[in-house]
Design a protein. Structure first.
Length: 248
């Protein structure tokens, strides 16, 4: 998929700026264009790159393995062929990745808090493994252990920070509206470091309240929180932001 072919920005519609890792950004860009038009201007500038880490010996097989991101599924599947444990997945996209990797799946409500509650409700003396990145918004293992549910934490990937692409720098230097979906507090903080003080009028779709609280440094034109922490709701939020009047 071309990213803003020819480097020419569409002045009649707000450009969509995507900052998630390349594969995730491409997937979201396709979903966005399927809904809003194949010719909608999109700039992809990943601010993080996912790298699998060697966690050392993988703990003995547990009854369940907890995934709060697709990245965790990909990293874990590349480290071991074990597939006997039930994969408890934060939402539908992570569950899809787990099924593709060969797991039987239980799906949460779309956020880590809901997944923790679902595991608490279903647990019957079972043991769990939380496959995670270096940085997590919520320490699921700590919460479950505090509730008396034995959970081992295994760090299997990290997010490396990247610099914005030249296309993103050009886009943000212009005082035009830009659609910026942000999916986690950490990605929001990285965006604030990279994009703070930009001239663009940022219309931010926040995946959660925690993300919305972290956007202040970006000085956004408008922030709207998705009704649910999933891709479909983020597209709904972007639809509302597309129709928002210019404030600045």
């Amino acid at each position: 998929m071309p990213h803003n072919p020819g480097g020419i920005l569409d002045q009649t519609r707000p450009t969509l700026l995507l900052t998630r890792p390349e594969e995730q950004s491409r997937h979201f860009a396709q979903a966005f264009r399927d809904r809003f038009g194949a010719d909608w201007p999109v700039v992809v500038s990943p601010l993080t790159d996912i790298r699998t880490r060697d966690p050392g010996p993988i703990p003995p097989e547990t009854d369940g393995i907890i995934f709060t991101s697709q990245n965790a599924v990909t990293a874990y599947a590349g480290l071991t062929h074990r597939r006997n444990a039930i994969a408890w997945c934060v939402g539908s996209r992570t569950a899809e990745a787990a099924r593709s990797a060969g797991f039987s799946v239980q799906i949460g409500t779309g956020d880590a808090a809901g997944l923790v509650n679902a595991i608490k409700a279903a647990n019957g003396g079972k043991r769990y493994l939380f496959a995670r990145g270096v940085h997590v918004a919520r320490d699921v293992a700590a919460e479950l252990n505090s509730a008396g549910i034995e959970t081992v934490s295994l760090v299997i990937y990290e997010q490396l920070t990247l610099t914005p692409t030249p296309q993103a720098v050009t886009l943000l230097a212009s005082p035009a509206p830009v659609l910026l979906p942000l999916f986690s507090p950490r990605s929001t903080l990285i965006a604030a470091e990279r994009f703070g003080g930009c001239a663009a009028h940022l219309r931010i779709a926040a995946m959660s309240e925690a993300v919305a609280k972290a956007v202040a440094a970006l000085n956004p034109e408008v922030v709207q929180i998705a009704a649910h922490p999933d891709g479909s709701s983020m597209l709904d939020t972007l639809a509302a932001l597309i129709d928002a009047p210019n404030i600045a």
